[in-house]
Design a protein around this ligand. Sequence first.
Ligand code: GAL
Length: 392
Amino acid sequence: MRNSVSWAVGCLYLAAVAPLAHALDNGLARTPPMGWNSWNKFGCNVSAALIRQMADAMVRTGLKDVGYEYIVIDDCWQLSRDPSGAIVADPQRFPSGMRAVADYIHAKGLKFGLYSDAGDQTCQKRPGSHRHEKQDAQQYAAWGVDYLKYDWCFTQGLDAPTAYSTMRDALLATGRPIVFSICEWGKSKPWSWAPAVGNLWRTTGDIVDCFDCPARPGKEDNGVLQILDQQAGLEPAAGPGHWNDPDMLEIGNGGMTDDEYRAHLSLWSILAAPLMAGNDLRTMTAATAAILSNREVIAIDQDVAGVQGRRLHREGDADVWVRPLSDGSRAVALLNRGSKAIEISVSTIDLGLAPAARVRDLWLKKDVGRLGERLRTTVRPHSVAMLKISAS
Ligand code: GAL
């Protein structure tokens, strides 16, 4: 056990230093993108009014101050193409057009994102960008788009690396900095090719607002734990400018307890995941706002070294996840997957730290002492202890 753990810790360093052969160099997403996306809460029910209100709420609730930046309209903003092939936004829902939405968002100091699809249609059967990539990219740039999420429905016969590279090149050719978010659900192992193509790539099917929920028959949806388990081993692909994307946040959508939502944010931060809130920012509770805006946990996610954390070990319901940070310290998430409180412990040697290292609990927001020979904490059901442990 000790040997395999030492090997795993060694790999943390290898992953940190191994240069990636080719990574998309558009200068963007040097830390994982943070923002809000309409899909998880609103589905197709998007409009200019909703988006303006969400931008207002992002500023009013303080989320902008802690780093949330992109406001992304997911599927269903588009309606048709005009005779010249130009994409047409739904005039009922966006009566002043997309440039007006972008201007409103930019005036708040935020950034603007849109959604399209590499196929002929989007997942909700709106026009996709296949054979219109250049025209669409130019249109997005003219509107002031800063972020494009690009889906994979209705792509029969297309090759994912080729189709996504076509849109990458079209976006680069506009000269406007546009974060490129690849959404093909992990089907073609995008971690093996997407660092050269996009700034982030989905690694799984869609998240559902549920902590421990295997996919329903015939579906590819996943609870938080099911997504987490699919991230183990993908670490080497992530780094500044190119991130594994375990899907957007469900925090505040009502299907999980606050402990489960704290675990969701903590684990996504260990994973160096994009943090795209997916709830109604206008009406969220104080508890939801406090979870989404925990600066100390967000600082783990946004650590500039950009090394994705990994699972150190799993035993029964106890999972230990570790992420090395740029200042030599480690973020450690002790995760209780089960429905009873348990003690989770890990040896200081396995963590690769010294007994004198100081431990801070990032949800209690207080220093809890020295590490000693062994880290030991009782963790509530479906919960994490999220710790930052200093280098010495
Ligand atoms: C799915 C995607 C979701 C959402 C949805 C919109 O393919 O994974 O995140 O974008 O399409 O139709």
